[in-house]
Ligand binder design. Sequence first.
Ligand code: C2E
Ligand code: MG
Ligand code: MG
Ligand code: MG
Length: 288
Amino acid sequence: VAKNDHRGVALATGAADDVAGRQRLTTLEELRVGLDRGELALHYQPQMHLASGTVTGVEALVRWDHPRRGLVFPDVFLPLAEHAGLMGRLTLQVLDIALAQSRDWRADGLDLVVAVNLSASNLQDTTLPGHVADALSRYEVPPAALHLEVTEEILMRDAARATAVLEELREMGVRLAVDDYGTGYSSLAYLHALPVDDLKLDRAFVTHCDTDPRSAAIVKSTVELAHNLGMRMIAEGVESEAALDRLRDWDCDLVQGYHLSRPLPADRFTAWLAERHIFAQVPSEIDT
Ligand code: C2E
Ligand code: MG
Ligand code: MG
Ligand code: MG
């Protein structure tokens, strides 16, 4: 009986894997169709310059507006897209949407920087800088108004190729940030070598920095590290006024998090800006 039970469990597990596998395949097929149909949408989350209290930019975060399932979040479809080799197409669509939005904002007098996330495979693609340059000129957006975020893991693949792609982007005048800083496997050596402008400290260290002494120590020393390297420090995952106050005390440059706003569709973001009378400023007018 025990044997049969055991086999029964194994079979059941196999069946569950099949269901999960089929589900992933369906999602992937639907994603291919969704990319063709333009079902990707971006939500924008404000980034605030602490010293001046102005919103200087937004991070563009991708969502999939699925015809039946509604809004699907990136943790569901980005791993599939990456695995299936769809990430190049996806990123170009995201850039297109973000830069079209940037052009519209600029036409309305909103000089916001837009930050776009890159995936691991994007930095292995030596045609990426050319595509970025094309998109910037197509929408007449100055390169300095585009920031690109990369995680530490990205560099673990082919670091030489990734560095070459990053260098080309930076030479164009695009600003680069290390995202989720502190959660990857990289050593300090890459900070020394990489052409990056900003450190974006992961929210794991930020959210409770007002109450947790170890988080506080990490935040404070990361601000110092960033500044000593000539970089800016961005804190993500700011969820309270208390955390915001500490970050200001510690000289953090930019903050982002639910305490300011969740990521919002473009129209709701501009309404949020107007309601709060927080006006965007040309980042170059702010001494950072
Ligand atoms: P990320 O780049 O680190 O983006 C920040 C994530 O944290 C976002 O989740 C955002 O909604 C969430 N977040 C913002 N403020 C807070 C806060 O105060 N508390 C908490 N708990 N969370 C906060 P989201 O939008 O689900 O995106 C998840 C990840 O998916 C992103 O992490 C990024 O790695 C990836 N991603 C999103 N959009 C794109 C994209 O267009 N391209 C690529 N390659 N990756 C993207
Ligand atoms: Mg990011
Ligand atoms: Mg992050
Ligand atoms: Mg993240």
